[in-house]
Every structure is written in C-alpha cells, then in structure tokens.
Write a protein that binds this ligand. Structure first.
Ligand code: BDR
Ligand code: CA
Length: 311
C-alpha cells in the first residue's frame, strides 16, 4: 500500500508537539513531506523553533523541511495561548537548542509548490493551528485544491461550545477569516473538533505509562503531556484534551472515531459568536464532523506509536 503523504501545518504548542512525535513515529504509514508553522499558541518565531526542536528530538533533523509561515492572522488582531502552553509554547521545558535551521522557503510557497507537484498523487494536509497559511495559499493559487486528497483539521466546536469564548474554539477564533476560506474550498475534510477532543484526555496514570517507555522521545512526550495537564488544571480544573494528536491518531485508526457529514460555516461578523463554527449536517456535506471517539483505544494507539522510538 502506498504510504499517505502528509504535510503538518501547526503552531507548536504542547499538543502540536505530541502530534508531531506521533507522526514521526508512524513513518511506516505516514510519509511526512514537510512541516509548516504559523503564529498561534505563541508567536511565529517560537512555533517554527519548536517544530525544529521536535524534529531533532525525533532524529529527523535534515530530511523533513520546517517552513515558517504567517506571523499574523489575515484580518483580526493576533491572539496567543500562553496560559495553556507556557511562554515558550513548549511548557517552558528545557530542550536542547535546535541545530538545523528552518527551510528558506516560506510556508505558503512550500504549500503551493508541494501541492501543485502532488496533482497526480494528492496529499493530505493536517492542520493543528490557525488556518492562515492554507488560506493565503488558496488565495494565491486556487488550483492547489487539485493536489489535496483531504484536509484533516483540529478546530471548531458545536455541541461542546468553545474553549476560548463560550462559542469559539481557539484555532478558528485565532483566524476565523482563514478558517472560513478553508471550509469553503470544497476539498474533503475531517474535523477533530471539541465535541470529540474533549472526550480524549490523558490521566496521570496514562502519562506514567508513556514515561515508562523510557526512550528520550517517550520521556519528552510524557513531559509535554504533563505540562499540558498542569496548565489546563490551573486554568480549567481538568485534564488536558489530546486535541492535536487526535488528527494523527485518526489518520492511523479512523475506525476509532465517528462523525456526521456536514458543511461548515464560520461566523466572521464581530460579536459574541465571532469565530464560532456552525455545521449544517447533511449527507452530501464534504466535511466529516467527528463527535465520538473510543478514548482508551485512541490513547493505546498513541502509546503504541511512541513505543516505537525505543525499538
Ligand atoms: C487547539 O488550540 C491550541 O491551543 C491547541 O494547540 C489546539 O490546536 C485546541 O483548541
Ligand atoms: Ca495547535
């Protein structure tokens, strides 16, 4: 079977970092052709640095480009989420300084070039941050949709309500105009939104099982998950959801997730619902909006992937 070629567009971010570690580990199923970064959880300079830190931790320093992208949303003022990710974006955990630089290519140019080249063999774009880079790429080169098999997004919320406002989820709220353009582009999408990610949380016991795997990558994954829990606990009094890793785990084990087809509108008008996603559930919708997950099995899949670093 041909490996699925993916690009990860992200804003690391503690949970983005765990998603990257899982994706690097799953190299028998996923061919990660590049990482693009965007301003989001922390400013753009830090998200690209954090992606390079995780790339080197995974031992993949030179093969996979990290391309820095948009430093600000399309129209709105920037919002960040240090309260959930620490001032570095990686929970202030001390990682070695990354040695391999970011690619010279801008993320948007990398997306356009790679997706155009992918027309015969469409790629999957995984997005775990604000959707600014893809929105810019779509505006500059609308034909890139032909190079996309599907877009797998962490973002949005319906029945759960928001996590940054009562209605809006962070990634969509951070650039609603970009999200609106992506939801409109017509490419098949799968959306890991708060309705489902809030069902997948990691307990201290589960984190201890990750740590016990013993490799430096597993210990780092446990540190990232523990920092995420610590910050979520102080802000919201609960264990942190596995938001971004669920995109990768859903690519590896789609049978663990359930949802409904929909089309999705994003509220871009100023007001209390700014950044809200509004799914219209219909069988002919091009968006698979997830609402159920087998949380224990999703954790086991993640554990299994992280365990591969020790092999
Ligand atoms: C999303 O927001 C960010 O803080 C996380 O990294 C995740 O992508 C959850 O709403
Ligand atoms: Ca993220």
């Amino acid at each position: 079977m041909r490996k699925r070629q993916i690009i990860i567009d992200c804003d690391p971010g503690l949970d983005d970092a765990v998603a990257l570690l899982a994706a690097f580990a799953a190299s028998d199923m996923l061919d990660l052709v590049g990482i693009t970064t965007v301003a989001g959880n922390v400013r753009a300079e830090l998200t690209q640095r954090n992606a390079r830190i995780i790339r080197e931790l995974a031992g993949r320093g030179r093969e996979i480009p990290v391309c820095a992208g948009a430093p600000a949303p399309l129209l709105r003022d920037a919002v960040t989420a240090e309260a959930f990710h620490g001032s570095t974006g990686l929970g202030n955990i001390a990682f070695p300084r990354p040695r391999v630089r970011a690619s010279r290519a801008h993320a948007v140019n990398f997306l356009i070039r790679t997706l155009r080249a992918g027309k015969g063999f469409p790629l999957t774009l995984v997005m775990t941050g604000p959707m600014t880079n893809l929105a810019l790429a779509l505006s500059m080169a609308p034909d890139i949709t032909e190079g996309l098999e599907e877009i797998v997004v962490m973002g949005g919320a319906d029945s759960e309500g928001g996590n940054i406002t009562p209605y809006a989820e962070f990634n969509v709220f951070a650039d609603p105009h970009a999200a609106a353009a992506v939801f409109r582009c017509g490419v098949a999408m799968r959306v890991l939104n708060l309705d489902v990610t809030h069902q997948i949380r990691t307990s201290d016991d589960q984190i201890a099982r990750v740590r016990a795997l013993g490799s430096k990558q597993a210990v780092a994954a446990a540190d990232l998950l523990a920092a995420s829990n610590r910050l979520e606990e102080s802000a919201k009094g609960r264990e942190a959801p596995l938001h971004d890793p669920s995109t990768i785990l859903c690519l590896l084990r789609p049978d663990l997730f359930e949802g409904r087809q929909a089309t999705v509108r994003v509220v871009t008008e100023e007001g209390e619902r700014f950044g809200q996603t509004v799914p219209d559930y219909r069988e002919d919708g091009h968006v698979l909006w997830y609402n159920q997950a087998d949380a224990d099995a999703v954790f086991s899949e993640m554990l299994g992937q992280i365990a591969r670093y020790g092999e």
